[in-house]
Write a protein that binds this ligand. Sequence first.
Ligand code: GLY
Length: 438
Amino acid sequence: MRVLLVGGGGREHAIGEVLVRSGAELYVVSNHKNPGLARLAKGYGLAKETDVGKVLEYAEKFGVDMAFIGSEAPLEKGIVDTLEENGVPAVGPSREAAKLETDKAFARAFMEHNKIPGRKVFRVFTDVTEMRSWIDDFGKPVVVKPIGLTGGKGVKVVGYQLNDNEEAKAYAEELIRRDGRVLIEERTDGVEFTFQVFSDGKHVVPIPLTQDYPHAYENDEGPITGGMGSYSCPNGLLPFVTKEDYERALETLKATVEATRREGTPYKGILYGQFMLSRDGPVLIEYNARFGDPEAINVLPLLKTSLLEIAEGIVDGNLRKAEFESKATVVKYLAPRGYPANPVKGVKVEVNEKAVEETGARLYYASIDESFNLLGSRAIAVLGIAESLEDAERIAESAVPHIRGELFYRRDVGTGESVGKRIKLMKELGREFEPNPC
Ligand code: GLY
């Protein structure tokens, strides 16, 4: 089966690797030639991933049987609708279903009228005076969100990127003047986790939980990035997420898919729930309409079920199961110095692939070209897989010295100390639980 993968980041390198492992003949279209995908692919097209017409041309040229969409930007352009109208089934939601990610006001209203569990208090404003007086009356700390895609930037939270509700009002005013609308939500305190599922529009198949490290610097400091690393545990939970929390979060995702089906826009693809585990249980922070990056790199290599079979199940409506190895994983991303605000670009990095292989870690290429020049975003991910989190972290860490260049990374991703901090925070919030082994 010939599969066209759209996208060229670390997430797509992992998707491509696992598709090939399950017997697919791989073709890729992306903005730049990812050196890892270039080795796996039978054909490679360079085009903007959002140029739907060009992607369709490549799908026809390569004669593919199916497409797999990696990132959100082409989903917003309706890439799945266009491919399907032209006889190419695709793993990914339609433009309408992808609004769960691409239009945050839509997503909140959707949750509200479908009574999806895990909701938050929210309001959408187009009027500055109304927005200011609502925040004053609300009185509690808020989160200010642009409505559309922001590439992980743009969301600002009182107590983090904003000092108080006065600054929130000023930022919200800026967004109304820029975009015409703004979303204001109550702030929820707790610890975030990622819950991804496969869906064929009817059946929902869970993927092990992961936790992302969005801050640029160690100790969860610095600007928000696409994610500097992530980990997962052998039992598919996280140390601070109980089985009951897991079931409640899964219920949110199942109810979401069920509601999309009822509304005539069944959600097909990977649905990603970013949850905040609050004192009272999981609350949905936002939906994403695709795999997380780096979270895909944690879970896909653990798949025991063929990804090709899963992809066929998604497009045919016959999705049944996805089994994963019971292992711990740690991913650490190496990013150009200065990322995310002022990344070094056009500078070469040296990767001793053989030495990395000898550590037992795996490499995933992202924003780097075939000559190993940095392109400005997260460049290379290393993955450790082991029986325990401690060993997986050690393996990932041992690969880093074999990659040299103007790069930085977070040593603390998946360490006992950083995971312990998250457990402590949940206990301080008043939750009583015995941490899950990891
Ligand atoms: N790592 C967060 C995301 O993929 O959205």
